[in-house]
Ligand binder design. Structure first.
Ligand code: UD1
Length: 424
């Protein structure tokens, strides 16, 4: 597997274009199954996860065409299969998000259960509870979820936890249900509002996406539309931390300020200077930063996807910081890797106590999951000496052209392909 080799200690300076949001693109591509017309989706990042969802759609009989400029054309009028292959769902959990649209279009769906993943058990009970509230019969057996409904009927759904995926599954299924669906305590992430905007352009009637109550009036069919995916707030946050940890100065191009309030607030609390300029964000680091405490929460709280990157920054800031992870049960896999680089971090349950060290030291480390992988790259950028990050297929799942973007702003980072490392 490819590795990233980073020579640390170089302050980053320059401009970074922010790509389209991975999590929006995945949900929107799943949502395109609801339409019988052709959808033209732009600003789609070229990522492993996006390739997997495209493979899922193709396996269902959907016609797709992608262009190198991030445009994906989807024609789901040919949707005929109601089951997705096991090997695709195990490659990416978000493949499960096709359940609601397939059920709504074809009256039945058979999708492998996604199972656990590195950061926790990640059940799908809320997705299924929602579909049952819309009148679906849902059975689990032999590792598959099977759902049937001759006709979905609108209903009231209260989510016990504001799950992003469950909100998306139910919202998508409800667009083609008969009558009104009300989802309460739903997720308010910007990706939910982006998915709703896309569905509304296809003719769906949705109110309240981005708030804690979403109301959907079902319709009989959805038509073609054009949609541009929102910028990736997690990629933007990762580069904000890159500026902070290297004592650099970056201009992040094409961001949505309203999606980044909690991240900006915590970095400003650390002492970072962050100034919006049109669609851009100017991020610069002073000589010294302050330790802070942090708690991850559903949006508009601080995103769990930036917990590992921010903890890496805190590991380099003098003083004691406390990080509480409240969204996923096992999202501290990066801690052991940071310890290998000289960090001083203790974990207790869902809390990590970080004692900042003056310097991290380069080491061979592993990307244990997507965001933990980003954290290793950040640590490598700040560390003294060379860091070699392995298992970077996790990073390729969610960061478009990461080495190129970092190299353009002065980082020394190189990908060593598998074949090279065998020959060396
Ligand atoms: C999405 C994002 C992921 C992000 C997460 C939380 C995508 C493709 N992924 O994942 O990057 O980290 O939101 O912001 O959009 N839960 C249940 N039952 C369910 C569903 C979820 O108990 O049926 C729990 C999970 O175990 C977890 C919490 O709810 O502890 C949050 O999960 P959820 O919001 O569903 O995350 P995803 O949609 O999988």
């Amino acid at each position: 597997m490819d590795k990233l080799v980073i020579a640390g200690g170089k302050p980053l300076e320059g401009s970074v274009p922010i790509s389209g949001a991975k999590n929006s693109a995945l949900a929107i591509l799943a949502g395109s199954l609801l339409s019988t017309g052709e959808c033209l989706i732009s600003n789609v990042p070229n990522l492993l996860d996006v390739q997997v969802i495209c493979e899922v759609l193709a396996s269902l009989g959907v016609r797709l065409m992608a262009t190198p400029d991030g445009m994906v054309r989807v024609d789901a009028s040919t949707l005929r299969e109601h089951t997705t292959p096991y090997h695709l769902v195990t490659r990416m959990r978000a493949s499960f998000f096709v359940l609601g649209p397939i059920l709504a279009r074809l009256g039945q769906a058979r999708i492998p259960l996604p199972g656990g993943c590195a950061i926790g058990s990640r059940p799908v009970d809320l997705h299924l509870k929602g579909l049952r509230s819309l009148g679906a019969r849902v059975n689990i057996g032999h590792g598959f979820v099977e759902a049937f409904a001759d006709k979905l009927v609108g209903g009231n759904v209260y989510l016990d936890y504001p799950s992003v995926g469950a909100t998306e599954t139910i919202m998508m299924a409800a667009t083609l249900a008969e009558g009104r669906t009300v989802i309460e305590n739903c997720a308010q992430e910007p990706e939910i509002a982006d998915l709703a905007d896309f569905l509304i352009k296809m003719g769906a009637s949705i109110r309240g996406a981005g708030t804690e109550t979403i109301t959907i009036e079902g319709t009989t069919s959805l038509h073609r539309c054009d949609h541009r995916v929102i910028p990736d707030r997690i990629e933007a946050g990762t580069f904000m931390v890159a500026a902070a940890i290297t004592k650099g100065k970056l201009r992040l191009q094409n961001v949505r300020l309203d999606h980044l309030q909690a991240v900006i607030a915590k970095l400003v609390e650390c002492g970072m200077e962050i100034v919006p300029e049109g669609q851009d964000l100017l991020v610069s680091a002073p000589n010294t930063l302050k330790s802070i405490d942090l708690r991850t929460l559903p949006f508009p709280g601080f995103p769990t996807d930036l917990q590992a990157p921010l903890m890496t920054l805190l590991a380099t800031i003098n003083g004691t910081s406390v990080v509480a992870e409240t969204v996923f049960e096992n999202r501290f896999l990066h801690v052991d890797e940071l310890l290998r680089m000289g960090a001083n971090i203790k974990t207790e349950g869902n809390c990590a106590i970080i004692q900042g060290v003056p310097v991290l030291t380069g080491a061979p480390v592993q990307a244990t999951d997507l965001r933990a992988g980003a954290a290793m790259v950040l640590a490598g950028l700040a560390a003294k000496g060379e860091t070699v990050v392995s298992d970077i297929h996790h990073i390729d799942r969610g960061y478009e052209r990461l080495e190129e973007k970092l190299t353009n702003v002065g980082a020394s980072i190189k990908r060593i392909p598998t074949t090279d490392s065998v020959l060396v």
